[in-house]
Design a protein around this ligand. Sequence first.
Ligand SMILES: Nc1ncnc2c1ncn2[C@@H]1O[C@H](COP(=O)(O)OP(=O)(O)OP(=O)(O)O)[C@@H](O)[C@H]1O
Length: 310
Amino acid sequence: MPVSPPVSAPVVEVRDLRMTYGTNEVLSGVDLTVSAGEVVCLLGPNGAGKTTTIEVLEGFRVRSAGDVRVLGEDPARAGDAWRARVGVVLQSWRDHARWTPRRLLTQLGGYYAPYSTPDRPRPYDVGRLLDTVGLTEHADRKIVTLSGGQRRRLDVAVGIIGRPELLFLDEPTAGFDPQARRDFHELVHRLSDLEGTSILLTTHDLAEAEKLADRILILAGGRIVADGSAEELGRRVAGTAEVRWACGSERFVHPTTDVVPFVRRLVEQHGDELTDLEVRRASLEDTYLAMVQRSEAGLRPGPALEEVTR
Ligand SMILES: Nc1ncnc2c1ncn2[C@@H]1O[C@H](COP(=O)(O)OP(=O)(O)OP(=O)(O)O)[C@@H](O)[C@H]1O
């Protein structure tokens, strides 16, 4: 009889998470799961509650209600051994201005050493980590003199110095130049592929979400309104691809769920008259905006595109 591979428990399990600030209910029943090794991206408009959610999972905010398990424990009660397994990159962390990156990372790394295990030696070697995040040449400058992007690279290094099994990243690439952004994306892939690190991140950069995430969650109106890969979400919103073509001087757009038979029929019908054929899937931006708008209007996702000719 074939033996199924062992199914590991989710690293994050959230059921009916609620958060109220005064009379303002920001989270009104969030359910989410992150499996071991997954890279999950949490999207949502400003003020949707992404930071609130992440900080509850990190154990930095006390929730109003709901069940939360992170690496098998309740973050509101977990101790140092749990914290050593979790990496955190906050939205802004301004501290130790007069220290150098090397000193800060060495100091923080020391806290993780007692939690080192044979299969997960802790902490990372500071020199290698500085190199990985592109800070070697700034390693011995005072932190206060770093640029915003360099400071953010240091934030990322602080988040991973303890070789976390689970990493939370809150808008990690805000302020990054294109090269730093690309380097960071490679780092995320490396952490995920080579170290098996599970990652939950927030971003407003949809291209980044598409590039990094195995799964995307959209938080709007206090709940998760969408959960799936970028492709799955696109299909759910549009249900279709758009085929665009030109015949003589006329241009056409047609939504279809069966691209290949549709295009075959077009070619059969129009032959050489057919020009400028293009198939366009809904972009993550189309999908995201449609889902957020629907959630704000209190609607459920459904087909969106209409046939048009122009
Ligand atoms: N400590 C707090 N006290 C009162 N209200 C708060 C507090 N923290 C956050 N809020 C409110 O909760 C809501 C959600 O904030 P949060 O920072 O979690 O959103 P976000 O999705 O991360 O937003 P952004 O994309 O702008 O970073 C906002 O309306 C915010 O003003």
